[in-house]
Design a protein around this ligand. Structure first.
Ligand SMILES: NC(=O)c1ccc[n+]([C@@H]2O[C@H](COP(=O)([O-])OP(=O)(O)OC[C@H]3O[C@@H](n4cnc5c(N)ncnc54)[C@H](O)[C@@H]3O)[C@@H](O)[C@H]2O)c1
Length: 463
C-alpha cells in the first residue's frame, strides 16, 4: 500500500464510522470517551488492566458517576462497546486512544511508567494504517520523544505507516453542563496526515475540534490550562491568608470583584488543591522546563502556597477551639466532605486527607461525613486507620467539638449541620448566613459578622 492509500483507507473508515476504535485506560477520562465514540456509531473496545472495571463494563455497569449505567448497558447490548484486559485486540483496531494515569513520584518528577507500559503493549501489535492518540496529561515532548520511538521500534514510521497525535482531555468530573461531547478538543499531529486523521476521529464524536501545529503545542495547551488554575488558586489562597490577618472577608472581596465584566475571572480559596490534575500537572511542566535550565517560578510559588493551605486550616481550627477554651489534642473534629471537590466521589490528592492527617498528628479524634465517599480506607490517608462515613442525621449524637467543612457537597443541609455543631470552621464559604459559632477561612471572626448581616440586608433592599 502507498502512504496515500494507507491514509485514505483509514480516513474513509473514520468518515463512515466503520473504524474499530480502542481506548486504553478506562478511568474518569477513558470510559466517558469510549462511550462517546460508541454513541456516535463506532465499534469500541476498551482495554484496562483492572479486571473489575472490565467485568463491570461487560455487565453493562458504569463505575464513573458522570456516565450512566443505562448508557453503558445499551451500548454493550448493541455490540458497540466491549472491554478486555488483553492487548492482543490492538491487532484488530484502527485507532487507539491512551488515557492512563500520569502521577508524580515522591520527588515531584513525572512518573511515566503507565504511559511507557501502555505504549509498549500497543507497539507489540501495532500495524500499518493505525492511528495512536495519547490523551494522558504530560510534559511537552512526550508524544514525540517517548511514545514515537517505542512505536517505531518494529520498523513502522509515524506519518507514513501509522499515525500519531496528542489530544489533551479536558473532562471536569461532576460538571453538569460540560462533558466529553461538548468541550472543544485540541489536537496536534506529528505530521499533517496524523492531524487530519485524529481530527476525523474526534469530529465524529465531539462538537468542536481545535487543531494545533504539533503534539508538543497540544501538550503545552493542557499544562497552560492547569497551571493557570493552580497559580490563580494559589493567588486567591494567599489573599485569603492575608484577609484573615487584615480582618477582611475574602469571599465578599471575590464576589464584588467578579462583577467586573472584563479582565477578571473568579477563583476561590479552600483547604488546598486536589484531584488528579491541578496539584500534579504543573510539576510536569516545571520538570521539563528545568531540563533546559529554566526555573519556572510561578509554578513553584503557587505549589508552596497551595501546599501550605491544609496547615492554615488546622491553625484556623485550633484558633476557633481556643476561643472555646479547648485544645486540639483530644478534641472531636467531624469533617464535612472529604472528596477533593463538591458532588464527586474522587479523593485522589484531596486536601481533606492532609488536613485530617495533620489533625490526627496533633491528637484530634476524627470522624467524617461524605455522601459520595462511604469508606476512607486506612492506606489512603496519613492516619492509616479505616473510617466510615457518618450519616448527617447522626451528627447530633456524635461527640463533637468542631465541625470542619472541607468540601461543599450540595447534598449537605448546611443550616441543619450548623445547628447541630457547637463550633464550625468553614473553608468553602458553604454557610451563607452569619452565626456566632461559625469561623470562615479568609474572613473575620464571627463577632464582626454583625456588620456582614447589615450589608446583606442593604443588598437585598437595593435589589
Ligand atoms: N480525572 C480527570 O478529571 C482528568 C481530567 C483531564 C485529564 N486527565 C488526565 O487523564 C489521564 C487519566 O486520568 P484518569 O483520571 O482517567 O485516571 P484513572 O486512574 O481514573 O484511570 C486510568 C485507568 O488506566 C488504567 N491503566 C493503568 N495502566 C494501564 C495500562 N498499562 N494498560 C491499561 N490500562 C491501564 C487503570 O487501571 C485505570 O483504570 C491522566 O493523565 C490525567 O492527568 C484526568
Amino acid at each position: 500500500m502507498t502512504p496515500q492509500s494507507v491514509f485514505g483507507s483509514l480516513f474513509h473508515r473514520l468518515e463512515t464510522r466503520r473504524a474499530h476504535v480502542g481506548v486504553v485506560g478506562l478511568g474518569y477520562v477513558g470510559l466517558p470517551l469510549a462511550v462517546e465514540f460508541a454513541r456516535c456509531g463506532f465499534k469500541v473496545t476498551g482495554i484496562d488492566l483492572d479486571a473489575r472495571k472490565i467485568a463491570a463494563i461487560s455487565r453493562g455497569e458504569s463505575y464513573i458517576p458522570d456516565v450512566p449505567s443505562a448508557d453503558v448497558a445499551a451500548l454493550v447490548k448493541a455490540g458497540r462497546l466491549s472491554a478486555t484486559t488483553k492487548f492482543d485486540v490492538v491487532a484488530d483496531l484502527d485507532t487507539i486512544n491512551i488515557c492512563v494515569p500520569t502521577p508524580l513520584r515522591k520527588t515531584k518528577d513525572p512518573d511515566m511508567t503507565y504511559i511507557v507500559s501502555a505504549v509498549e503493549a500497543i507497539a507489540e501489535h501495532l500495524h500499518t494504517g493505525m492511528l495512536v492518540v495519547l490523551e494522558s496529561t504530560t510534559y511537552p515532548g512526550t508524544t514525540e520523544e517517548v511514545a514515537q520511538p517505542i512505536l517505531e521500534r518494529g520498523g513502522l514510521r509515524a506519518g507514513t505507516d501509522f499515525f500519531l497525535a496528542f489530544s489533551p482531555e479536558r473532562v471536569d468530573p461532576g460538571n453538569g453542563s460540560f462533558n466529553t461531547h461538548n468541550v472543544p478538543k485540541v489536537v496536534g499531529g506529528t505530521t499533517p496526515a496524523c492531524l487530519e486523521l485524529a481530527t476525523a476521529l474526534y469530529s465524529a464524536a465531539i462538537e468542536r475540534i481545535v487543531p494545533v501545529s504539533s503534539p508538543r503545542v497540544a501538550e503545552m495547551v493542557k499544562l497552560l490550562e492547569n497551571t493557570f488554575r493552580a497559580v490563580n488558586i494559589g493567588l486567591v489562597n494567599e489573599l485569603a491568608l492575608m484577609c484573615d490577618r487584615l480582618g477582611i472577608d475574602v469571599w465578599e472581596v471575590v464576589d464584588a470583584a467578579k462583577t467586573k465584566p472584563f479582565g477578571f475571572m473568579p477563583f476561590y480559596p479552600g483547604p488546598g488543591l486536589g484531584g488528579h490534575c491541578i496539584p500534579i500537572d504543573p510539576f510536569y511542566l516545571s520538570w521539563k522546563a528545568k531540563q533546559t535550565g529554566f526555573e519556572p517560578r510561578f509554578i513553584e510559588l503557587a505549589g508552596c502556597v497551595n501546599a501550605a493551605m491544609p496547615h492554615a486550616v488546622v491553625d484556623k481550627i485550633a484558633a476557633a477551639l481556643n476561643v472555646q477554651k479547648k485544645p486540639l489534642n483530644g478534641s472531636h473534629i467531624v469533617i464535612a466532605g472529604i472528596a477533593y471537590k463538591r458532588d464527586i466521589d474522587d479523593i485522589r490528592e484531596s486536601p481533606a486527607l492532609d488536613v485530617m492527617g495533620l489533625l490526627h498528628e496533633k491528637g484530634a479524634r476524627l470522624s467524617y461525613m461524605d455522601p459520595h465517599v462511604p469508606v476512607l480506607p486506612a492506606h489512603v490517608w496519613p492516619g492509616a486507620y479505616e473510617l466510615r462515613a457518618v450519616a448527617p442525621e447522626r451528627l447530633a449524637s456524635l461527640p463533637m467539638d468542631c465541625l470542619a467543612i472541607l468540601t461543599e457537597h450540595r447534598a449537605f443541609d448546611w443550616e441543619a449541620l450548623v445547628a447541630a455543631a457547637p463550633l464550625v470552621v468553614d473553608t468553602r464559604n458553604a454557610v451563607k448566613k452569619p452565626h456566632a459559632h461559625v469561623f470562615r477561612l479568609g474572613a473575620p471572626d464571627p463577632d464582626a459578622t454583625q456588620l456582614r448581616s447589615i450589608v446583606d440586608v442593604l443588598a437585598t433592599q437595593v435589589a
